[in-house]
Design a protein around this ligand. Structure first.
Ligand code: HEC
Length: 166
């Protein structure tokens, strides 16, 4: 019994420090229990000023699987959304096709020139799109829009035909 008391009073000097650590551990305990990761515990008991630095460094190695999946899924979803909705036909035309199709570079049918477009439009959309996708004589494949989706190219063709009055 005496020995026990001595041990306690002997440790009294460090008691406040131990209390702090215990309190800090307790604060981080809920997260630590979920993550089950020692790094998480260490992050949670770091002084506030250091937490950001610690988290940035520790995350790639210690992030639990769900967080990693979320991080991976977000850019993928953004990319497919960009490909899905994409640029409007008007945007693609103005950004890319206009360079040739407004002035008729290398014999490109001009937007607004109905006589030039009528026989081409008469081929049907499928043929037009094949020519746009693969190129046709001086018309480069995809009209030089290498990162255009099929939908974006089709939108541009539809826009060109509409502007021409077809
Ligand atoms: C470097 C110049 C150039 C650019 C850029 C260009 N085109 Fe063309 N395009 C042409 C030329 C030249 C032709 C005519 C080809 C031929 O029949 O000799 C043509 C023809 C076409 C045709 C008619 C094809 C057919 O079957 O008669 C369509 C549709 C077309 N372009 C769409 C587009 C679209 C959409 C874009 C932008 C994504 C685009 N072009 C960008 C030069 C260009």
């Amino acid at each position: 019994m005496n020995q026990y008391i001595r041990t306690i009073s002997g440790g009294a000097r460090s008691a406040s420090l131990a209390g702090l650590v215990a309190a800090a551990l307790f604060t981080g305990c809920a997260v630590a229990a979920e993550a089950g990761s020692q790094d998480e515990v260490l992050n949670n008991i770091r002084p506030v000023g250091q937490v950001n630095v610690g988290e940035v460094k520790a995350e790639p190695a210690s992030a639990p699987a769900p967080a990693a999946q979320e991080a991976g899924a977000a850019p993928a979803a953004a990319a497919s959304a960009a490909a899905g909705s994409g640029r409007s036909g008007e945007q693609v035309y103005n950004g890319i096709c206009k360079a040739c199709h407004s002035v008729g570079v290398a014999g490109a049918p001009k937007v607004g020139d109905k006589a030039a477009w009528e026989p081409r439009a008469a081929q049907g959309m499928d043929t037009l799109m094949q020519h746009v996708t693969n190129g046709l004589k001086a018309m480069p494949p995809k009209g030089t829009c290498a990162d255009c989706s099929a939908d974006e190219l089709k939108g541009a063709v539809e826009y060109m035909l509409k502007q021409t009055g077809l």
